[in-house]
Design a protein around this ligand. Structure first.
Ligand code: ADP
Ligand code: MG
Length: 323
């Protein structure tokens, strides 16, 4: 199968909505951005053996590649609309491509985003998706708006994806099947919190980001951008029964603080907006937990029973010396 046939067969959507004026097949795609909107763009690349274990199914790779990009849109409070796909595969295997293509198309349909173009090359397996979305003009979420006194929230529970990854990397770890399945699913299928992000962008959150490298590492980034500090109450971290069951409380907490890959939202809300947040939680059905408070300055400080706890920085950094 030639490159042309491959693209036509697996990566040419059957139909586009009206805002796609020109989709897959030309030198570039053309989209209509609504007049009162602004374009939001992000790109994320996932590499076999780095972002997902060797042997991950084509469907899981496709899901993850798009989900992490949708999560970036969620973190901006944007409505994702279009994406391009740069696919680097070692060979053109029909079965793999077909599984990849249909999983990608399923998730795209679920979130109403459209594949408008891409590139297909031969090489070590890696997938790069560039996503584009829209926000109302002058109205988007950033990492930089947190204010002293704001409450810090996270969506969902943290650490489960890191637990899942541990199970994949260490098949000898004993785990009850239903718990193991749950944790693996959380690693392979993170839920992009798009609707939550959009609601938070409705003058609710002062700052937001998605957690890809671990809570502490990412909170430090948010604090640096907002020029503030933070206090985290470890007892408030949302507990995961499956994670605790398999790994014990101490390690579950460590995964929650330092494990990456959860793609939950981390955001700050002024106390007086709590009633609106309660409504959003009800409406979206996404549980959100208050875990601490923004301080004027200083680092990110963790507390247990009001006692400061020191936690070594172990968030993921591709270019850190020890990697
Ligand atoms: P060019 O020579 O202009 O780079 P290509 O031959 O690489 O074009 O691609 C032809 C068309 O197919 C373009 O519209 C491109 O966007 C699209 N395309 C290529 N690979 C993919 C892919 N993996 N997914 C979606 N569209 C793709
Ligand atoms: Mg061209």
């Amino acid at each position: 199968m030639g490159e042309f046939d491959l693209i036509k067969r697996y990566f040419t959507p059957g139909h586009y909505s009206e805002d796609v004026l020109l989709g897959v097949g030309d030198d570039a795609a053309v989209m209509a951005v609504p007049q009162e909107s602004r374009l939001v763009a992000a790109v994320d690349t996932i590499v076999e053996g780095v972002h997902f274990p060797i042997g991950t199914s084509a469907a899981n790779v496709a899901y993850r590649a798009l989900a992490v990009n949708l999560s970036d849109m969620a973190a901006m409070g944007a409505l994702p609309r279009w994406f391009t796909l740069s696919l680097c595969v070692p060979s053109a295997e029909n079965e793999w491509l077909s599984e990849f293509g249909s999983a990608l198309s399923d998730l795209a349909t679920e979130y109403a985003v459209q594949l408008v173009g891409g590139d297909t090359v031969k090489g070590p397996l890696n997938i790069s998706i560039q996503i584009m979305g829209v926000v109302d003009q002058a109205h988007w979420l950033t990492r930089s708006g947190a204010q002293q006194g704001d409450l810090i929230f996270v969506s969902g529970v943290l650490g489960e994806a890191a637990g899942g990854l541990q199970l994949i990397l260490n098949p000898n770890i004993e785990a009850e099947l239903s718990f193991a399945r749950h944790l693996l699913h959380r690693f392979y299928r993170p839920i992009p919190r798009v609707e939550l992000g959009r609601q938070l962008n409705n003058r609710l959150a002062t700052a937001a980001m998605d957690i890809s490298d671990g809570l502490l590492t990412d909170l430090r980034k948010l604090c640096a951008a907002s020029q503030c500090g933070a206090e985290i109450d470890l007892e408030l971290l949302p507990a995961s029964p499956p994670l605790i069951n398999v790994f014990g409380e101490a390690m579950a907490e460590q995964f929650a603080l330092q494990g990456g890959d959860d793609y939950e939202l981390l955001f700050t809300v002024p106390e007086e907006r709590l009633p609106s947040l309660e409504q959003v939680i009800k409406m979206t059905g996404v549980p959100c937990t208050r875990i601490g408070r923004i301080t004027r300055s200083g680092a990110v400080q963790c507390f247990r029973k009001n006692t400061p706890i020191t936690i070594a920085d172990a968030g993921f950094d591709h270019f850190a010396e020890s990697n």
